[in-house]
Write a protein that binds this ligand. Structure first.
Ligand code: DP6
Length: 363
């Protein structure tokens, strides 16, 4: 039974054809989403920094093919990625359309072309599912807004995040805001398992332009997908303790964000990253996504922090790359550190300089 709040009314559409475009950023979780229930409901709440430079731009071209919203269960579409027709991307998008159909029955009346590109190289080991699914969900919502002009701004973004979640969980944190919470948490009003919300409390200035330098240790495709990893949390011997820890970490972050307490911030963010990988290493079957160079970089970051007192730390997503987080006032020194000491651990010496961003943008 679909969640009633987000079911669009039946419609005899007036729009015949058109085009909508959005760009949506990637995000990096500080408290990690790892483990989910049915229908993309997270096993624990998470919080992320939205990024600025790593983003996906998507145009959704649509043409009306039928007046009837009841016949087809399949949406007809083509995918063009970075100028090339991509059959291999279709199953993921087809699954997305199928999942959102109960909420967007009007889609059945149209045929689509999804034209997409990333600001970061596809083979960078940076997951594009968050930015990609978020950009596509926003395009769908722009079509919905065209068909139902009464859609309010609040509903628009809420449902965009809700739809993005059905494509990829972390994508619901790439719609709006610089700091986004997804998953119900008792101390965070209006937090929801269904969609991401902008973090509602005070955030100290130091975090508002926080930097994220992404050290690309391994640009290959991951051996184990996030979806498989999430499923291995079912029956994981440490699952319940881990889910509780995520709630506790989010709770602890509230005064840390407010005061700009970087020492405590670092402790939580690094513990989250290592716990995430600890869960992978202790699941059945177990797996390892860190590489020797991931560990080399982590050790270098610890040495640098010790010797310089710069509050630089790391986090990881489900891969070998390292996100190095630090305040903007330390940018110059940290980028020197990257060039002199860290690029040797990066595949082909590649890294990406990013920072906190403000969410998606309609083009
Ligand atoms: C480790 O959102 O990629 O990056 O919902 O199956 O698409 P699916 O998984 P996905 O998982 C992301 C996991 C993570 C942590 C996080 O971003 O919170």
């Amino acid at each position: 039974m679909p969640d009633k709040e987000f079911v669009a009314a039946d419609l005899k559409t007036t729009a015949e054809s058109g085009s909508v475009s959005w760009e949506a950023p990637s995000n990096i979780a500080l408290v990690k989403y790892w483990g989910k229930k049915e229908n993309q409901i997270p096993a624990n709440p998470s919080v992320s920094f939205t990024l600025k430079n790593c983003k996906t731009t998507t145009t959704l071209n649509y043409v009306k093919v039928s007046e009837d919203t009841s016949i087809s269960e399949e949406i007809e579409f083509d995918v063009i990625f970075e100028g090339v027709k991509k059959e291999s991307f279709k199953p993921k998008i087809a699954a997305f359309f199928k999942r959102i159909l109960p909420y967007c029955a009007y889609l059945k009346q149209f045929k689509f072309e999804v034209v997409s590109e990333n600001s970061f190289p596809h083979s960078s080991g940076i997951a594009s599912s968050a930015s990609g699914m978020s950009a596509l969900a926003l395009c769908v919502m722009s079509l919905e807004k065209e068909l139902f002009p009464e859609v309010t701004e609040d509903y628009f973004y809420k449902k965009a995040s809700f739809l993005a979640r059905l494509g990829s969980g972390s994508a619901c944190r790439s719609v709006k805001g610089d700091l986004v919470v997804w998953g119900a948490h008792k101390e965070i009003p209006f937090s929801s398992d269904e969609y991401g919300i902008e973090y509602p409390f005070k955030i100290a200035d130091v975090f508002k332009d926080f930097q994220d330098t992404i050290l690309l240790v391994d640009k290959g495709k991951k051996k184990v997908s996030s979806t498989v990893g999430h499923n291995l949390m079912h029956g994981h011997p440490f699952a319940e303790a881990r889910f509780k820890q995520a709630h506790d970490h989010l709770n602890a972050l509230i005064p840390i964000f407010e005061k700009g307490d970087l020492e405590q911030f670092i402790k939580i963010v690094e513990r989250e990253a290592l716990t995430l990988h600890g869960m992978m290493m202790s699941s059945d079957p177990y797996f390892l996504l860190m590489k020797p160079n991931t560990l080399a970089i982590i050790n270098k970051i610890w040495e640098k922090r010790e010797e310089s007192n710069i509050p630089v730390c790391f986090t990881l997503d489900a891969g070998a790359n390292v996100h190095m987080l630090y305040p903007s006032k330390n940018k110059e020194e940290i980028l020197e550190f990257v060039k002199n000491e860290l690029v040797v651990y990066c595949e082909n010496g590649h890294y990406i300089c990013d920072e906190i961003g403000q969410g998606s943008k309609k083009l």
